[in-house]
Design a protein around this ligand. Sequence first.
Ligand SMILES: [Zn+2]
Length: 616
Amino acid sequence: MKGLLQRLVYRLFARSDQASKRAGVISAITLSLLASLVPLIYHGLLEGGLILFGNLLLWPCLLAALHRPRWRWPALGLMAALGVNLSASVVSAVYYDSRYGLAFALSSLDTSRSESMAMLFKFPLALIVPLGFFLLALSLGNRFGTGLARARLGGRSGIAFVLWMLMLLAGSWQWGRASVPLVITTLSVSPGWNLATTSHAWWEKERYKALMADDYDFGGVSRSPEVPDDAVFVLIIGESQRRDQLSLYGYSRATTPNLDARRDELVVFDQAIAPAPQTVLAVPMLASLTDPRTFSPRYLDANLISLANQAGYHTEWLSRQGLDITSERTWITAIAQRADIARTIMTDYDDGLLDALDEALAREVEGPRLIVLHLYGSHPPASLQYPDSLRYFLTPDSRSPLTDAYDDSIRFTDQVIEGVFQRLEGRPAGVLYLSDHGLEHDPLSDAYVHGGDRPSQAPYRIPLWLWQTGQAPNPARELARLRSHAGEPFASFDLPYLASDWLGIRFSGDKPCLSPWAVCYQPRERHPVLDQLGRLNFYEDLPSDFLSRPLAPGAEELEEAVEATTELLERPEFMSGPGAKLDGQASQPDSRVTPPEDSSAFTLSPASLPSETLKD
Ligand SMILES: [Zn+2]
């Protein structure tokens, strides 16, 4: 057995000196096609085509380099890097039906070790693809690269590749966007295209450091005298909670029994909209004065925590998102670190936040408190976000275990929130809850994933509600007026305006009419949102759920090309051959009638999916 394995490994990876040039060329083309398939589909045929061309020039060079002692190790390193590059795209395509973009890259850069392990557990392809691709390239290179080396094709293709990259650089200079560095635009159509995404995310992340320097001055900040010094305001930021799956919003399963029982005490916003489908983009926008149109990390210093500090609040940010918010440098921790006390709670589940809340409430502080609880909520994989002993919908013979676990995680969050209520009763206190974003749900595979490059409305549909104790901290801001707007759409990036009214804070840059508490409030007609690539869309223009989304750009272009070719081939003049020109002319009126019927074949949604079973 051991001998067999050794012989197999030897056969797969042995270096051969007798390969032909032809075999080498075929290997290089195979690897180039494999590497470029996902970008061809997900980036469109133009961008994907540029990536394919770069690969076709690079791979002969890499395969030949394996047979030159001086170049072997650099080539191996580059091959491994290209495998990792490919893996980011394959994972995004397979699990999210999206290309790898800014928000995915930002999330990877901001990920804690425990979260990366959970992600690997969820996405085993992230390990299999780079390893498999590297071993395939190594095996092909060892066997067939020598033919390329002997024919001196390696060096020549290497030089051609460098020239090609210089041409791309010149092209980016000519046609690229001024807001994105030249190198990043160039890399985005190179064989290491995801390096562009990652460096873009890194570059954006670095820009926030400016806001660490000094405190933003809101100017003319005042606190309403009606807010007593012992008032407690708790802002709960939920995670990945789909509004459609809360019984508070009419879901058929009792996922929020505690909230349902308190329904009369709540103001429930029916149509709240998140600004982005990822935490890294959504939380900075809902906690600061930026919105999807103006979003830039440079503006995050104008945030809710700094505002509350300047109004004389004692502020705390208690997070269970896994990253150490006292030392890590992300857009969210930059805001959290503004709080008087910023703590990361390292318990297994969100209920650890309740002990932290007890400690926060026991502290002797000056002035009213604003306490932010940042939950881990229903983050995928949902089954890991609550204790096994609290499984309710998930049973050993569950037919849709992913939905059952997801619903369980919402039920667990409901229980944690009830714990918050119980700790606040008897005090002048209020709770404002919203989820950072929702999730896509693919009913065919039952998967729950973050929104990607062609999101539906689902990852933007979020729960948002408000609760006050009998001794409301701010009697003038009674809930009746708020209730009259609760049925209208509300953009959660306007939260600072709503929250400043909630906290009884006035400041000179305030736009009071953006708060549903204001007499002059008018809901927005259209709601700008960012997608995973950081592109601006309008919520109203997005398809309603996962299955009604358009195809990937390259797949759409391919489908159109195939349709057009089929139509062309089916024309009578093609069918009847060159001798039958007269017949062809006679039948032309018919072919003019057909296009309207055929045009339905150009529909954007995948026609092959059974439309009756799509109901979520
Ligand atoms: Zn999130």
